[in-house]
Design a protein around this ligand. Structure first.
Ligand SMILES: Cc1ncc(COP(=O)(O)O)c(C=O)c1O
Length: 377
């Protein structure tokens, strides 16, 4: 029986008040007053011109692919170690993924391998700030500018993390957030598109509203709305935005709680890691992480699996993470082969994530730490 889950959703207490308020307003669909407040909180706290809530990070990634007009024959650079949504977003439009291996230290896309994979067909780089530790953005943005490709930051893990003092999600032309229940801030299922290049503002609103100019109509800028482009329904109900508003307002407290849990793991497991050949996460000096997860790199696949079983014996759920995309059934269809991305293949087998969630009690964390320390490779 699992006593300490991998994740437990956290509520600040204010969510229920805001949801009650949302259901007493005359507007429960998308883009009501709670959505507007979430947009404002994101824009002000990140210092960006435009944020749009979406129903998921997956949908925000799909919007990014639409905004960049990615289509058949195009190629998109994507790390081999990420969630399938980053690849699905452009593959839905017939584009081809070009998988790039990751760095052994941060598990982010290896910037030194990007340029050699860019061709005349490359439309964009969809990168991920793994565990909320920034990719090497200076190098990546320089390559992207030189080669004329867009950069989309999948920042599902990294809200309020920074790279060289700048918030993750504010560096590429477009960026995405996730508010899934496993993320630092959540509304169960949800996401956002961050727009750092104003040329996308108007079309993003249209794509999100079923291809119509309904957003302009609601703002009173036009007297009727109509079908003007392709699109879909990417906006969440204001009930979800009410939940999210409470989380965004408490972002500093939530981040501080997560930071404390992360630092306790790092401090208390340091000697155990060293004695057992286990690697703790690496955060380069130029990065301020978002405290999204705590993972370790075990010496082997066998020791990783053995530690999962050992912890399960104490009622503790520890989990691995992404399987290499290029070796998945979909990746194989695009020509993926063993050995294409050796760092991804190696680390995906050895990575293990410990229970990590806002509101984890110190007693729960002590039980995890004690159980981990009782394991020897
Ligand atoms: C890097 C990354 N991007 C995107 C997603 C998908 O997020 P969502 O569930 O909000 O669509 C995930 C899911 O965990 C993820 O890890």
């Amino acid at each position: 029986m699992i006593r300490i889950p991998f994740n437990r959703p956290y509520a600040t207490g204010k969510e229920i008040d805001y949801i009650r308020a949302a259901i007493t307003t005359p507007k429960l669909s998308g883009d009501g007053s709670f959505t507007a407040r979430c947009h404002q909180l994101l824009e002000q706290s990140l210092g960006i011109p435009k944020a749009l809530l979406t129903t998921s990070c997956t949908h925000a990634l799909e919007m990014a692919a639409l905004l960049l007009n990615i289509g058949p024959g195009d190629e998109v650079i994507v790390p081999a170690f990420t969630f399938p949504s980053a690849a699905n977003a452009f593959m839905l439009h017939g584009a081809k993924p070009v998988f790039v291996d990751i760095r052994a230290d941060t598990l982010n896309i290896d910037e030194s391998q990007i340029e050699q994979r860019i061709t005349a067909r490359t439309k964009a780089i969809f990168l991920v700030h793994y565990a909320g530790v920034g990719c090497e953005m200076d190098t990546i943005m320089t390559i992207a500018r030189r080669r004329g490709t867009a950069v989309v930051e999948d920042n599902a893990h990294g809200l309020y993390g920074k790279y060289r003092g700048q918030y993750l999600g504010t560096l590429g032309q477009l960026a995405t957030l996730s508010f899934h229940e496993t993320k630092n801030l959540s509304c169960g299922e949800g996401g956002a598109l961050l727009i750092n290049d104003a040329q996308f503002n108007q079309r993003a609103e249209i794509l999100r509203e079923k291809g119509t100019d309904r957003s302009r109509f609601f703002r009173g800028e036009i007297d009727k709305y109509t079908w003007v482009d392709i699109g879909s329904s990417y906006l969440p109900s204001d009930v979800l935005a009410a939940f999210l508003r409470a989380q965004l307002e408490h972002r500093d407290q939530i981040q501080a709680m997560r930071r404390q849990i992360w630092e306790t793991y790092a401090r208390e497991l340091d000697s155990w890691a060293e004695a057992n050949g286990v690697r703790l996460p690496i955060v380069p000096a130029e990065c301020e992480q978002s405290y999204h997860m705590f993972y370790v790199i075990m010496p082997s696949l066998e020791s990783r699996q053995a530690l999962i079983s050992h912890l399960a014996g104490f009622g503790i759920l520890a989990v691995f993470h992404y399987l290499p995309l290029h070796l998945s059934p979909m990746g194989l269809r695009f020509g993926g082969r063993h050995g294409d991305c050796p760092v991804t293949e190696d680390l995906a087998d050895r990575l293990l994530r410990f229970p990590f969630f806002t509101g984890m009690t110190s007693s729960e964390q002590t039980q995890v730490i004690d159980a981990v320390r009782a394991f020897h490779c």
